[in-house]
Ligand binder design. Sequence first.
Ligand code: GLU
Length: 466
Amino acid sequence: MTVITRFAPSPTGYLHVGGARTALFSWLYARKHGGTFILRIEDTDLERSTQESVQAIFDGMAWLGLNYDTEPTFQTHNFPRYKEVIGQLLETGHAYYCDCSKEELEILREQQMAAKEKPRYNGKCRDANKPQSDKTVVRFKTPVDDAITIPDLVKGDITVANKELDDLVIARTDGSPTYNLTVVVDDMDMKITHVIRGDDHINNTPRQINILKALNAPLPEYAHLPMILGSDGARLSKRHGAVSVMQFRDEGYLPQALLNYLVRLGWSHGDQEIFSIDEMIEFFDLADVNGAASTFNMEKLLWLNHHYLMHSEPKEIVPHLVWHLAQLGIDAKHEEVDLIELVKAQRERCKTLVEMAIASVYFYREFENYDEKAAKKAFAEGSDKVLATLKTAFAKVPTWEAEALHDVVKNVAETLELGLGKVAQPLRVAICGSGVSPSIDVTLSLLGREKTLARLQRAISHIQTA
Ligand code: GLU
């Protein structure tokens, strides 16, 4: 049997990290079993679905690297097929027209509530053989006896008695299909073998199984993933911070770090924390997904991000850094500043790509002002002379490489009989504008001779006119 999984988001907002985790688990399961992974856009709610949300899903999936094996499908393109299946269910006696009015149903609901009963349709039209009209919906005839057991791969068996379920609407008065119908038809036609989705759909599953049975369709396996909570125990939402995948990109996370974080959110493999994509695929198993909700921990994500900044190949980080520099209006070209070396120089002290980009601006662009505190300390009396001596030496140094530059700084300190710090610190503030930078020789080598000499001149004039 070929495994076929799907991710079936409704395009009604951004791609939430909870959705991304569902997508990741479905993707991993398909990849692990050499199967097929499908992206299905569930856009039948015409009022709430937007093109921007569809794009956000595509962008999020692409950024995370969760590729799908077929063209994405759209439920709005599949209405004739849903209509056909509704017709089939009517024909085989598994569905019927119902003309109960909204008002009637509301009264029924109030009566049931008053009697402390679960509000549900009472089956009034079930055997009434009502003809179709522009006031009729189509309801599915839920079997009256029996129970449905979902052999859930994460939560274990979940049994629901059919008498708990009522006859759900599968087509509205305008003939448009409802969610449970469209999901069933697509899962059946796409031959989905494993439905992996959030546990907020558990209530729908027995209904969907009943419809599948009525259609004589094979049942997929189900895996319902527990919720993701914020630090206060409430369902993870915007007020806990970033929740959309693209916001994590904007805040400077690497896709690999977010994936690694998400895979561990409810799934474990011994006590391993760091997983390459290949390891995720190799080790992932639905049986190891925890049935209980997990809590989103930003600190841990940040820690993972720093881990990936430190341990990834610098060339893999470069495009991300370039993207973040572009957000700051900088067109970072490798010929101007060696980007591989820049990543290597910056990554130790940066936990996010945003931090790394901000800390790298001075390589490309003159800073506006000197950091006041740093300048006050470093540009003490006589420091203009130190900088002038450095400038002369840097103008002459034959090779602009970290080692040679280090020697220049050391020799100037010796000649002027000053401690290394008394030379390096004014130099650092002169070229970076602040007292923080990677090691001074590496910083200089990245910056290049021309910018170094210009900034030294700027600092000398600054000190002399102060
Ligand atoms: N479209 C549904 C949602 O966004 C998911 C349906 C499913 O996975 O079966 O929540």
